[in-house]
Each structure stands twice: as C-alpha cells, then as structure tokens.
Design a protein around this ligand. Structure first.
Ligand code: HAM
Length: 438
C-alpha cells in the first residue's frame, strides 16, 4: 500500500515547526488580554446553513461539507464570525456590552493551495459586539498592530489599509448603482487586483459602465483624503446625506487611530472592499510593505449579521489574522526564529544505584517550577552530559556516590561554566538561586 501522507494543504507541525507558531499565539493572546478581550471557543462543526447566506459565494464554494449519520448537512468552520454571531445572538440579553472576545480557532477552506494559502490554518479573531463607536473599529485595529509590534514588526514592515464599504456604497448609489447590484460591484472590485485590466473593464462596462465609468470610480477609490473625495464625488454626482455620513464615519475611524498613536501605520485605501458578504461599514486589511505576501489580516464592521441570526440587531466589528501569511512575513524579515525559551535543567547520575534519588530530585525540581530532564536509563556521565547539551540545558545537576554521603550534589551552570557543590535541600528549596540561573 502506498504510504499515507498528510492531506494536501494541511501541515504536520513537529515541535520545531510549532515553536514559532506558539510564539505567535503568545503575542496574540497577550495583545488581546492587554486590550480587555476574553478568550472563547466554539465548535468546529456547524450546520451548513450558517454559511449559506452569511459568508458569501466564494467562501461557501470552499466549504468542507459533510453529512452526519442523521443526514444533517454540516461544514467544518471556514471562518469564526458566523459562529461568534450565532453564539452571541443566542444570549444577547444576558451578556454585558460591549462584548470583547477573542479566539484562535483552526479553520478549513478548500482553497487552491499556494504561498500564504492553505486548507487548514489558525486564525486569531478579535471582535467587539454592541458598540457602533468608531473608537471600537480603531481599537480592534490597534490590538492587531500591537500584536505585530510585539513580534518585532514595525511600520517599515506592514501597514493597515482602511476602507469603508458604506462610503463605497454611497458612491455607487450616487452613480445609480443601487443596493441589489452592489454585491456584484464589490465582487468585481475585490478581484480587480487579480484580473487583467481589459477583462475587468469589459465586465464592469457590461453591467455598470453606462452609469459610472470604471476609470472615474477607480480614481475616487485611489483618494487618500476623505473630505476631498466627498467633495469630488458630490460635485460630480450630487452630494447625498449618506455620502456625508459615510465620509464622516471614515474620518472618525482615521482620527481614532491617530488618537491611539498608530496613525503612522494606517492609510485610507478604498480599493479594499473585502470578499465576505456581511460587512456594512469600515473594513480594513493589513499588508506587508513589500507587497510580497497576501493580506496578513482582514476585518471590518458587520452591523447586520447578529440581527439576521437572532431577534435583535447589534453592531459589531472585528478581524481575523492567519498564522500562515504572518509566519511568511516574519520569515522574510528574519524574525521567525524564536529564542529558545526552554530553560531546562538536566539531572545526571554518575554511578549505578542512584536512580531513586535521581527521580526524587527530578520530581522536586519540577514541583519547584523548573523544567527538568533526565535519561530513562543510567549511562556513562559523558553521554548524559551530551544528552543535556542536546536538550539545550542551562544547568546540570550531577548526583554521585561521594556527594551523596553529604546529601549534596554537584551543580554546573552551562552558561558560565562554573561548578559547585550544593545541598539537595537548598537545591530543592530555591533551584534558580542554587543553579545560578535566576
Ligand atoms: P478573511 O479575510 O477571510 O476574513 O481572513 C482573514 C485572514 O485569515 C486573511 O487575511 C489571512 O491571513 C487568513 N486566511 C484566510 N484564508 C486563509 C487560508 N486559506 N490559508 C491561510 N490563511 C488564510 C475572515 O475570515 C473574517 N471572518 C474576519 C473577521 C472577523 N471579520 C470580522 N471579524
């Protein structure tokens, strides 16, 4: 039989490969908690219907579907947002608002496997539910920026492109492309970067060209200044209340980002429309500055999703940041390698007959909070020391016949190369001090 391999688009994460990802998780958790977000979990299996209308055609086409023994149509979670909305909608009145939650699920999408795109990946989700304040939009972006800074990335490495679906919708509406058709316009704009210009123009002109010239729209979407954009659109197509309100909302998010001190990381970029169906307002994506990688992170405001899943409408904003693109970006900048955080102490027995004493010392050190290793089988001391080295030990405790008589041991600090004798009692009472690795 042919050897069975890992499924295409999944990863076998051996400890060595998982270590840098753990470091990313730590940065994600730390940033979330510092900003007041609490961790939650959801099931990996959901009813297929949850995604049918909520996520948009592209994602539904990528679902891993299955039918359970009762004939129910299920799917492996391709994203967290519908599950979060479902869970919150079910308890909306019992939860104090704003709800600030985060999670790090494993997600599944049947995508074309390519650089930065797998079929199974981790995705950090950060969401605020129950506030329509632009400061909430800015705060979720802030959490994302702080986590990346924690990992060593700076404004030289990445930037946040902020857009607003509501503003784009207002421009389209001013150009007589109404609600029902806007989803089609977003889908085209979302793909614009990946399509040949002729192909895009042909598709646009066929549907919308008579009402709004693609060239003109793209010029507006390239604007870097919201108020000048509103003036220009208003001048050409007539100012509307919605255009004014959407421009003000966009400016508010940009100002809130500056007030949080991260304005330098952020720029207006209305070319971002996001592929998912449920966004209603400001949306954003994080990109690496070299543009070598896909988006590191994407999110935005989705004020209608909870209302569709429950009885009550509730404003919400959040993002998802995957581990795959982020790892590539860290690697591009030599920031992936994690400092070996294991501070292992190795306990060796120099002669036979000291095994139970060794086990007592090992258990005592571990109980005192030291990561401790030893060999299951007694071997020559030189071999054990080589083993200690392989484990990356910072100190070695050597038990021998002679020191045993004094209820003591030899400790060697591998960084300084110094050795000394210490009593077992003092070693177990304060191992860091006894080993000189405080
Ligand atoms: P999304 O844009 O589909 O948004 O995904 C967000 C991020 O997840 C991407 O920028 C990328 O880093 C990562 N990602 C997505 N698909 C893959 C893949 N196949 N392989 C590797 N990484 C991937 C959402 O999922 C929204 N639910 C985010 C959100 C949360 N919006 C509001 N709250």
């Amino acid at each position: 039989m042919a050897k069975i391999q890992a499924v295409k688009g999944t990863r076998d994460l051996y400890p060595e490969q998982f270590r840098p990802i753990r470091r990313i998780f730590d940065a994600w958790r730390r940033a979330s908690e510092l900003h007041g977000f609490e961790e939650f979990e959801s099931p990996t299996l959901e009813y297929l219907d949850l995604y049918r209308e909520k996520s948009g055609d592209e994602l539904v086409g990528q679902l891993y579907r299955l039918t359970d023994s009762g004939g129910r149509e299920l799917a492996l979670q391709p994203e967290m947002t519908p599950s979060l909305a479902r869970m919150v909608a079910a308890k909306i009145n019992a939860l104090p608002k704003p709800i600030k939650w985060f999670c790090i699920p494993k997600l599944f999408r049947g995508e074309n496997v390519q650089r930065g795109r797998l079929r199974e990946f981790f995705q950090w989700n950060v969401d605020v539910i129950g506030s329509d304040s632009s400061i909430a939009d800015a705060e979720v972006i802030l959490v994302g920026i702080e986590a990346l800074r924690n990992l060593g990335l700076t404004a030289e490495h990445f930037s946040v492109h902020v857009s607003n679906r509501r503003l784009i919708a207002a421009i389209l509406a001013a150009g007589k492309i109404e609600d029902g058709e806007q989803a089609g316009a977003y889908a085209l704009l979302d793909k614009a970067g990946k399509m040949k210009p002729d192909e895009l123009a042909a598709k646009w002109n066929e549907k919308f060209g008579e009402r709004l010239a693609l060239e003109q729209l793209r010029e507006w979407l390239s604007a870097r200044d919201v108020s000048r954009l509103a003036e220009s659109v208003g001048g050409a197509l007539g100012m509307t209340e919605e255009l004014e309100a959407a421009s003000a909302q966009t400016s508010d998010v940009m100002s809130a980002l500056s007030a949080f001190g991260v304005g330098d990381f952020c720029q207006l970029d209305l070319k971002i429309v996001r592929g998912l169906a449920y966004y209603t307002g400001p949306v954003f994506e994080f990109f690496d500055k070299s543009q070598n990688e896909r988006a590191i992170c994407g999110g935005g405001r989705y004020d209608d999703l909870l209302g569709k899943l429950g009885k009550q409408k509730e404003p919400a904003v959040g993002f998802g940041m995957g581990d795959v693109v982020l790892s590539l970006l860290l690697e591009d900048h030599g920031l992936l390698a994690s400092p070996d955080r294991r501070r292992i102490v190795f306990v060796a027995d120099a002669t036979d007959g000291l095994r139970s004493e060794l086990q007592r010392v090992v258990a005592g050190l571990r109980r005192a909070g030291m990561q401790t290793e030893f060999n299951y089988v007694q071997q020559a001391l030189g071999k054990q020391l080589r083993h200690a080295d392989k484990h990356g030990a910072v100190a070695v405790v050597i038990l021998g016949d002679e020191t045993r008589e004094r209820n003591a041991c030899q400790v060697k600090n591998l960084a300084s190369g110094t050795s000394k004798e210490v009593s077992i009692d003092s070693l177990l009472a304060d191992p860091a001090a006894a080993l000189g690795i405080a």
